[in-house]
Design a protein around this ligand. Structure first.
Ligand code: B12
Length: 208
């Protein structure tokens, strides 16, 4: 079934993709498994884009399909939501980058796992993160970025936070981000997916 969903997304069959998602959920598939299939499909599309086998309109359509699927999945996950508030987190996609689907999934997973999340949206300059941490009293910040061009703004944001909000813990994630990028940006940790964002935040607020 996961492969059917991957095929529907990569073949740009928008309606089929939604129908298969609904069917998978009705049959009791773990919503995280559906998300994993989406991630695989996005990888295929991203690679095609890189090799010139698909173009911006396909990237946009793939993004829209993923947003629609996320909307279907969210209520299913909400059912398992935690009521207790564990801490405050500020999340945003860094300056120069407008990829927000993955960031939205991170925000959603933190929210349903008990965090009060301030979502700053996309293309967020460092000063905006600094201000939001001051305003909310958040102790954890999550920076998302998909472009290679996002690494410098990420580094600048970490530096601005270190200078103005000492003690705040910073995690980064998105696309190709790995430990080398974490080292470059001087963030405290990187996370490969939304569940890692949740476990890092829990660890940092002492909830694990
Ligand atoms: C969809 C898409 C778009 C959509 C975005 C729609 C949206 N609203 O987000 C649109 C069409 C707008 C787009 C635009 C562009 N894109 Co684009 N895009 C993609 C694509 C295909 C999928 C991204 C995605 O949403 N994946 C699905 C998510 C759910 O998967 P995931 O990464 O596993 O998600 C998890 C992690 O990322 C993690 N995570 C994310 N954030 C955080 C934060 C923290 C703190 C933590 C812990 C974890 C975490 O948790 C997520 C959930 O589990 C990727 C290819 C790819 N494989 O990533 C290219 C890709 C990222 N895009 C690319 C490019 C080049 C562009 C453009 C520059 C194209 C252009 N010429 O205009 C523009 C950039 C505009 C800008 N200024 O940002 C390149 C980047 C190359 C590079 N190295 O810089 C990629 C890699 C494609 C490629 N292979 O060439 N894109």
């Amino acid at each position: 079934m996961s492969q059917e969903l991957i095929d529907a997304i990569t073949e740009m069959r928008e309606e089929d993709a939604l129908a298969i998602t609904n069917k998978m959920l009705e049959e009791g598939t773990d919503p995280l498994e559906v998300l994993e299939a989406c991630r695989n499909a996005m990888e295929v599309i991203g690679n095609r884009f890189e090799t010139g086998d698909c173009f911006i309109p396909e990237l946009i359509l793939a993004g829209e399909m993923l947003s629609d699927i996320s909307e279907v999945i969210k209520p299913r996950m909400q059912e398992e939501a935690s009521q207790e508030k564990l801490g405050k987190v500020v999340v945003g996609t860094v300056e120069g980058d407008i990829h927000d689907i993955a960031k939205d999934i991170v925000v959603f997973m933190l929210d349903i796992n008990g965090f009060e999340v301030t979502d700053l949206g996309v293309d967020v300059p460092p000063a905006r993160f600094v201000e939001a941490v001051k305003q909310t009293g958040a102790t954890v910040v999550g920076l998302s970025g998909f472009l290679t061009l996002a690494y410098d703004p990420m580094k600048d944001t970490v530096a601005a936070l270190r200078e103005n909000n000492p003690g705040v813990k910073i995690m980064i994630g998105g696309g190709q981000i790995d430990d080398q990028i974490r080292e470059f940006t001087k963030a405290d940790a990187f996370g490969k997916d939304a569940m890692t964002a949740v476990s890092l935040a829990k660890e940092w607020v002492g909830a694990k």
